[in-house]
Design a binder for this molecule. Sequence first.
Ligand SMILES: [Zn+2]
Ligand SMILES: [Zn+2]
Length: 562
Amino acid sequence: MDNYQIAENFSLLSKLTDIHAENNFKAKSYAIAAFHIEKLPEQLSEIPKEKIASIKGIGESSAKKIIEILETGSLKVLQELIEKTPIGVIEMLNIKGIGPKKISTIWKEMEIESIGELLYACKENRLKLYKGFGEKTQQSVIDTIEFYLSNQGSNLYPQVEAVEPQITAYLQKLFSPENVYLTGSFKRQLEIIDELEYVVNSSIENIKPKFQTANPPELLEENTDSLLYKLLNGLKLRLYSATESFQKKCFFTAGSPEFINDFIFRFPDIDFSAASIADDSAVFKAAGINYIPNCLRETPGIIERAKAAPLPQLIEPADIKGIIHSHSNWSDGSNTLEEMAKAAKEQGFEYLVISDHSKSAFYANGLTEERIQSQHEQVDALNRKLKDFKIFKSIESDILYDGSLDYSNAVLATFDLVIASVHSILKMTEEKAMQRLITAIENPYTTILGHMTGRLLLSRKGYPVDHKKIIDACAANNVVIELNAHPSRLDIDWRQIDYALEKNVLISIDPDAHFIEGFKDTRYGVLAAQKAMVTREQNLSSMGLVEFESFVVKRKALKGLR
Ligand SMILES: [Zn+2]
Ligand SMILES: [Zn+2]
């Protein structure tokens, strides 16, 4: 092992000792040792062992550790610390602007164990509530993490959406618009995008030289029918070449491999070179089945459905009529309640359901019983002022460890509706998670089950649940299931929604907005809902004000609550 690697061991040892807040003095001495080891002109492996302790910056204790590393290839104390630390916490050391002390707070006090969770917490404004974390730190952490994650390969849909128009325009300039076709997982509106894919109506030999620019993107793969580039922002760009038939390549790359294989198996004789096959609809026509939109070309099952009957009219972003699930600066949101309501109204929404955090969410400035009362007074005053618009009183109540909600029934009764969500102790067995969720669903005050699994895409898996049993319980108790539209959540997963629809359980596409800008996230919820073939009628937030008002009243009556 060379000096550089040994120094790295000491540097990590110093940081982890700091993170575990074990011994300030030791952490410092390890850092000093690392600094001096890196600068040594001679390799430690070539220095007689008895002389190591007398090297500048290295004492008896560090010398022993160096010898252990040289003899065994590793360091026991370091291995033990690594084992005690979640991988995501160690990964945080890559983020500029937060040192071991801050990471320790993030992990131990905020209970955040991965970079993705940390990013989400920053975006929810949660970091600045802690000592030593200002607005500026929070922003620089956001910037660094976003840059770091973009270099890890996978992207959330909106990150790709933000750059797609420029890339498309660039390719169209190189190859002319009619020869460029956006395809693949982005076209299917998948929540996570590994590659942005296009079909180019040209040969590999012609495509390649076009990228020999002054600052060429890195070529990762060259196949017979495609090139894979890594762009400067870290995004992977795949270009399929279409030499045989442009239309065929477009169709075959747009659907998932599963869908396409089944399609070919069922309809082997479609002649893509025929003049009549000018676009996708012509392909489905030739196959004798109803049109299947791009977002639904995932599984073979859809082909059967499209054969039997036309597919239903999918929900559209414009079908969202109200903002359900929002936070104001009463808890951890950035805007005042009035600002949120006015903005929602201006944007054409008919109502706002204000659902700040409940009292157990102390990290998010959750509302005590007294503050709920004051908020309700403010809601009443605002509702007298706002015309053709209404604020509904709600709360995002923590589902406590035993499954109960965060307030007495008398307090819960003061809300128009209650969103019940799990926010603490996310590490659970399926058995425990199910017990908590089912208890909450059976609570007569629960109207909506918030973000069902607590997952954060690309960073946190979410606790294990049996989604069918949850849906059955929601059906039995008339509870709506949220499709949390935040692009990091999209929870419930669209792949599980078909069972909810089958059981006539309403979905609610909710932005979980922590500021006005967050209303826009409803769109990502709609894109996910489209993949599950959700219609406007199956979504709670598509109800207009009058219908929503009567939904609230009826639901309370049904539960004998009013
Ligand atoms: Zn929540
Ligand atoms: Zn929320």
